[in-house]
Design a binder for this molecule. Sequence first.
Ligand code: 3PG
Ligand code: MG
Length: 399
Amino acid sequence: MKTLESLGDLRGKRVIVRADLNVPLDGETITDDGRIRAALPTLTRLVDAGARVVVVSHLGRPKGAPEDRYSLRPVVARLGELLGQEVAFANDTVGESAREVVSALEDGRVAVLENLRFNAGETAKDESERTAFARELAELGDAFVSDGFGVVHRKQASVYELAQLLPAAAGELVGREVEALRKVTDTPERPFVVILGGSKVSDKLGVIDTLLTKADRILIGGGMAFTFLKAKGWEIGTSLLDGDQLETVRGYIAQAESAGVELVLPVDAVVAPAFAADSPATTVAADAMPVDQMGLDIGPESAKLFAEKIADAATVFWNGPMGVFEFEAFAGGTRAVAEALAEAPGYTVVGGGDSAAAVRTLGFEESKFSHISTGGGASLELIEGKALPGITILEEDDK
Ligand code: 3PG
Ligand code: MG
């Protein structure tokens, strides 16, 4: 992969940095600034090199037109605080404001352009539409740095096409992420334990498939665990269910058994009548779930069991919360798993937007983990062994 060095002397050059500043917002308040902080090493390096830094990013999933609630403006203020310099902001991406802001940039200064996804070309299915938008972006820079790890699995204009139009390199974050995640999949030290959570089984099918031949243990929690319990023929009440995946999941259970992979499911669950912070929570055994309640977290016995399965691991990869950790009554499972990882002596990787945010909002020190990924889908696809468009394009040297 091409590194920043390959771009040569950047003093006075306009460098477009594709970052992933897609942070969770509550109104205009950033609830977890992890992705902004993760962008700093590359940005600081470019600032120190005297480059004129043009940061581009998406936020949320607007539909190709401006929408106030998806503006990057709140992110710009925070970025300025962290960088210790005033950061300029253009209220469009490739329009008049962007051109003005970029041409006014001085060496070592930083500007952010408005949400890329306010332009239909960014995410267009049609390659020529993406290329047309990428060409407009390319006019604003002399070089391109790809550092939005959370989005490298997307074949989008600012990730893929733009990398072909300017001298391009991977930023520090992308470099570090790829190194950490490849360490997990290519040559994991054993026992290699994987913990998967989150709501949808269908998001995790590829990774389960791959890991069934690689991991020693797979622990399943979160909303997706109920599809596994249902596949065993158990009552899951009104819990989340991926009905289309029941057959596939039964296949996984059988495959794990024949491959000697330990598949660990919750033995109890915290249930409540409704999906709400104040819905009265009770703990029940996993094979005794009431028909009129939904599971919103793994129970304390499961948390203890999972912690035991993590304690002697040499390599741990965790993606997806164990429950609805945003509500205190259903945060116990996620907290317990985070604690177990923090104490595990092995190489521990937290993958995924949600699990990374969970670790930080529950108050864990980042230094307790070997690596906290900024990418959800991207880290899963890397683990699956898929070719990611935003990475492969930086590996081609015919440019
Ligand atoms: C994410 O939050 O997963 C990344 O920022 C990518 O966003 P996307 O899933 O909307 O492409
Ligand atoms: Mg996503």
